[in-house]
Design a protein around this ligand. Structure first.
Ligand code: BGC
Length: 487
């Protein structure tokens, strides 16, 4: 391990990291695409979409029998959300979904990724289902299909039933993994006649570390590494059990996979050695979730690094976790690690970021468009993935309303143009990215930042609930219509 990539840095990754496990020496690789660049088309069947999640847009938190989620409790805890807001009302999407589906349609996209609120369907986490909760998603799915939009449903985008947190400690217990499988089976039996694609869990790399490790997301716990690693293992198990449950209870042919914020590693300079180093780093730094899901094992490096803090697991669990899936969703925003090659184990060197490195309106969102090229390319190679969706990508912007009432979000357009150009480059080279879901359809409750960070293609006035298309909506509509990035 290099000096500047210290144990402390690893610890901050909360168990993602591991050492040592080189996977063989890769041949030198070319990074020059066959035909790429602005103006070059995407494949004919490339799937353009947009995305949201339940707690961030639905509101109606006390309606039709919905139970509480950990985010209801967390957002109502003073001091947790920057602007003191909650998702109580959010975008009132629960009541305005028809209007919102029309907004999706106006973009010309073919797909919409939304999430299902577990506590609407099982208010208590397990046991008695609440049919009225599921009915909302029936209505939404029907509306989408009637509008020619393919629904992509996510089962877990962080709104765990509070009852499970209270009863068994949430993801600290494998009871939650089993409860998740029952919930998945119930939903699959009722929606997969129309919903053909299901994401199991969203961004394990964030919600486990932030919620159970650093205590800055719900449920706000600061667990020691051993318990954190165990919680992550329970989520991986939940994913695997849900895959089984969907296959058993859903319509045959239902496609399923996870959506993960892959720890995205980029070669600082794209030499063959650095590309190889980025590959090693990608595998090791994602060993705690993506790796175990896609390989059915934790890497030796991960286990060695975790030592006594390693999760406890059985061979049977690894088999469940590693069962084949139909696609991998990658949420890609910022480059997380720029790496170079190192002669010393584990074979890569993580470079420090200069403080002058540019970022978008959200400080964490460093601008590095090439990340959407490298992360899928490296992931596809390491894990032999055949179908990748970019399940989220986008940016916040100040989004001020100009004197003429419009929102000229030129920074978002700049961001998208550059990221999409890099994605096109990957596709042109044969990286198996089959679709892209822009985050987000509309401004919404941005977790700990409340309504202060706006990620939407549509601006939302949270007082009046008026939605106004930003300039970036016109930009995206143009990309989708041409199936290419305008020059
Ligand atoms: C999450 C979204 C979030 C977005 C922007 C992702 O981490 O899945 O829920 O709003 O990034 O921060």
């Amino acid at each position: 391990m290099s000096a500047d990539f210290s144990r402390r840095h690893f610890a901050k990754l909360a168990g993602l990291a591991a050492l040592g496990a080189a996977t063989g020496v890769g041949a030198a690789e070319s990074e020059t695409p066959a035909s790429a660049g602005r103006g070059a088309p995407f494949p004919k069947d490339f799937l353009w979409g947009t995305a949201t999640s339940s707690y961030q847009i639905e509101g109606a938190v006390n309606e039709d029998g919905r139970g509480k989620s950990i985010w209801d409790v967390f957002s109502h805890t003073p001091g947790k959300i920057e602007d003191g807001s909650t998702g109580d009302r959010a975008n009132e999407h629960y009541h305005r979904y028809r209007e919102d589906v029309a907004l999706i349609k106006a973009l010309g996209v073919r797909a919409y990724r939304f999430s299902i609120a577990w506590p609407r369907v099982f208010p208590d986490g397990t046991g008695q289902p609440n049919p009225k909760g599921l009915d909302f998603y029936n209505r939404l799915v029907d509306e989408l299909l009637a509008s020619g939009i393919e629904p992509y449903a996510t089962l877990y985008h962080w709104d765990l039933p509070q009852a499970l947190q209270d009863r068994v400690g949430g993801w600290q217990s494998s009871d939650t993994s089993k409860a998740f499988a029952d919930y998945a089976a119930y939903v699959a039996a009722r929606l997969t006649d129309r919903v053909k694609n299901v994401f199991t869990v969203n961004e394990v790399g964030r919600f486990v570390n932030f919620g159970y490790g650093w205590g800055i997301d719900a449920p706000g716990l600061k667990l020691p590494a051993v318990q954190l690693n165990q919680a992550r293992h329970h989520v991986a198990l939940a994913h695997g059990l849900a895959v089984q449950a969907i296959r058993a209870s859903g319509r045959a042919g239902t496609r399923v996979g996870a959506a993960e914020n892959i720890a995205a590693c980029v070669p600082a300079i794209a030499t063959a050695e650095n590309i190889r180093a980025a590959e090693i780093a990608t595998r090791e730094l994602n060993a705690g979730f993506l790796g175990v899901v896609l390989e059915g094992r934790y890497t030796d490096g991960f286990l060695a690094y975790a030592g006594a803090d390693a999760p406890k697991f059985t061979a049977e669990e690894l088999k469940i976790i590693g069962a084949p899936t139909d696609f991998v969703g990658l949420n890609i925003y910022a480059p997380q690690f720029y790496v170079t090659a190192s002669d010393r184990a584990p074979g890569f060197h993580v470079l420090p970021f200069p403080t002058s490195f540019p970022h978008m309106n959200s400080e964490w969102l460093r601008v590095g468009p090439e990340v959407i090229y490298w992360a899928p390319r490296l992931a596809a190679k390491i894990w032999n993935i055949e179908t990748i969706y970019i399940s989220e990508n986008g940016t916040s912007s100040e989004d001020r309303i100009a004197a003429d009432g419009q929102v000229y979000d030129l920074d978002r357009i700049m961001f998208l143009r550059n990221y999409l150009t890099q994605m096109q480059r990957a596709v042109a080279e044969g990286v198996p990215i089959r679709g892209y879901f822009l985050w987000s359809l509309m401004d919404n409750f941005e977790w700990i930042f409340g309504y202060g960070k706006r990620f939407g293609l549509y601006r939302v006035d949270f007082e009046t609930q008026a939605r106004v298309a930003k300039l970036s909506a016109a930009f995206y509509r143009d990309v989708v219509a041409r199936n290419a990035i305008g020059v």
